[in-house]
Structure formats: C-alpha cells, structure tokens
Ligand binder design. Sequence first.
Ligand code: ADP
Ligand code: ADP
Length: 226
Amino acid sequence: MAAVSLESVSKVYPGGVRAVSDLRLHVRDGELMVLLGPSGCGKSTILRIIAGLEEPTSGELWLDGQLATDLPPRERNIAMVFQSGALYPHRSIQGNLAFPLELAGEDPDEIRAKVVELSRALQIEQTLDRLPGSLSGGQRQRVAMGRAIIREPSVFLMDEPLSNLDAALRTDLRLEIGALVRGLGVTTVYVTHDQVEALTLADRIAVLRDGRLEDLGTPTQVYEDP
Ligand code: ADP
Ligand code: ADP
C-alpha cells in the first residue's frame, strides 16, 4: 500500500498558472522520494497539496489508502520543514522541540526524554537551554527538523531544507537527514533543484518539468538509463 498517492492531480492557480498537470505519483510506505526540477516546475505546489495546505483543482490525494478529503487535518499527521525553518524566537530550543508534544498533552517526563533523545540524534543537545537567535543557521534547521518529526509523523515533507546554508553545512546536514529519516522509517518527500542532493538522498527521484512528471526511478535509473 502506497503511503502517499497522487492520482491525476492538477493544480491551476487563480489567474491561470497551471502549476501541476495530470500528475500520477505513488510514494511507498517508508520511501524517501525526491522531487527534482528547476524553480517554478511545481514542486512546492505538490508538497502543499500533500500537506493539505492547497486543494488540487482536479484529481485525488490518497494517504495510507484513504482519500485525504475524508481525513481531518489532525488525523493526517503530516510534518513539513521549509527552507528556513521558523522557530519560536522566545522559546528555548528545548521549548521549541517540546512544543508539539505539549500541544498534544503528553506527559512532561516523556516529553523531556524524547527531547533529549532527539537532540542527541540531531547533535544539538548542547543548545537545549539557548534561544534560537543564538544558534547557527545549520543548528536552527536541525531544530526545525526535530520539531517537525518529534510527534513521529506518518509523512515528512521537506521543501529545499538546505538551500539557505553554505556548502559545507549542506553536505553535513544532507548526510544526517538521510540517516535520520531512514532511521525513523518515515515516508518522506523531499523537494530540491539540486541534482547532487537528489542523487545522494533519494530512494527514487521524480523529475518534474513544467508541472509534469518527466522521469521517475532510482538515482541509477534516472541518471544512467538512456
Ligand atoms: P517550484 O516549487 O518548483 O519552484 P511552485 O510550485 O512554487 O514551483 O510554482 C509552480 C508555478 O505556480 C510557478 O509558475 C509559480 O509562479 C506558480 N505559483 C505558485 N504558487 C502560486 C500561487 N499561490 N498563486 C499563483 N501562482 C502560483
Ligand atoms: P519556491 O522557490 O520555493 O517555489 P517562490 O519564491 O516561488 O518559492 O514562492 C514563494 C511563495 O510565493 C509561495 O508560497 C508561492 O505559493 C507564492 N507564489 C509563487 N508564485 C506566485 C505567483 N505567481 N502568484 C502568487 N503567489 C506566488
């Protein structure tokens, strides 16, 4: 059973821009799917449709075998990280990480344990008592990822999470993202225009052009097949 299925999805924005055209895409349970393509090809629109932030003009979105329109947003349990993960500036790192669990009413001792465990995995355990403003861009993005996944989402969406970082940080964090999402086994859709990110991270790559699926396959299939 595919965790995320787009069936003949199209999106036309008011004003007539056709951002996504007749897209059929199945992301398997636990798979890391990279959406690759140049700016404007519809990647963010597809993510927002999966997240429920945007309605397709036509077509269907299925999540774990259920039509998404039948699922209330809080049952979708989808987490999303953007280019610059916005943190709550007046909450400590610990407070930022804990926030989704506090909202869910979890037990404070369990929250503390989960925050510590996740901060170790993300190598930010030294920053827990600090405020976001005192962290580096790479550290802030780790916190944003941690906060997104702390409730163990069934789907994890990332929109160019490395694009605001310098080259060295990008490489480090890219490797960690791969290890993190594979460790969690969470179905992940990762948007980028960077071929190296796609090649090194993806189980499969969906190559997009002008809102259409141009190619789909493993990195080897996409880059080596004629
Ligand atoms: P990408 O993420 O690949 O850069 P987007 O999904 O952001 O692509 O955009 C696809 C196309 O849709 C672009 O032409 C963009 O200008 C247009 N677009 C995106 N969001 C909107 C919007 N809210 N209203 C109108 N047009 C939009
Ligand atoms: P990205 O590079 O991630 O696709 P953009 O800079 O294209 O981001 O878009 C940033 C925001 O502006 C998005 O929320 C997108 O929906 C919106 N947007 C993009 N193009 C248009 C447009 N032509 N009209 C209205 N909103 C747009």
